[in-house]
Design a protein around this ligand. Sequence first.
Ligand SMILES: Cc1cc2nc3c(=O)[nH]c(=O)nc-3n(C[C@H](O)[C@H](O)[C@H](O)COP(=O)(O)O)c2cc1C
Length: 188
Amino acid sequence: MHTSLIGLLSKRRSVLSKNLSTPGPNKEQLNTILDIAARVPDHRKLEPWRFIVIEGENRKRLGLKFSQIKQKQCELSADQIKAEQNRYTYAPTVIVVVFSPVEHKTPVFEQLLSCGAVCQHINLASLALNFNSQWVTNWCSFDKEAQKELGLKPNESIAGFFHIGTAECTPKDRNRPDLKDKVAYYQS
Ligand SMILES: Cc1cc2nc3c(=O)[nH]c(=O)nc-3n(C[C@H](O)[C@H](O)[C@H](O)COP(=O)(O)O)c2cc1C
């Protein structure tokens, strides 16, 4: 048994993007995270997902663009504008997972499940490299103009933004489901 892996998985926690800071993954570590993300169960090998990496100054630029999009739609307070502008400035690396379904006999539902596996592999690979992360969708994932800014095609959608960095403080644990409410044993 890989006791260290079980230990890692059984203590896994997300860290709020606002509580993430440097260091983040270097180029080699980022490639490892992306390699592992792409190593998921994928029925008929359709690869219905792709990645967009946001780093450095581009994090600030994307926040500015998104805050402009939001301000066209809503009246925002100065604090809200600042929060939108700073959305991607905390964690040093942000990976966008794009769900890119393929026209195929394999149901879109299965393709979406494969994409979900990609997403959690990003969290787990980050953790295994001693980083912390958070899977976030927020309004930006569902906004057509925001999607266009990121170059999505009409059939694509955003599965999540993965903020990856180092936790400023260790998060408290979260209540987890009671397995007796979740597990049934089939008996015929
Ligand atoms: C598809 C998806 C979207 C999510 N979007 C957000 C979000 O927009 N904002 C947020 O605070 N948490 C979001 N979360 C939840 C966090 O990623 C995280 O799972 C949650 O805070 C619980 O922490 P844990 O992973 O340690 O259990 C999302 C989770 C999933 C699966």
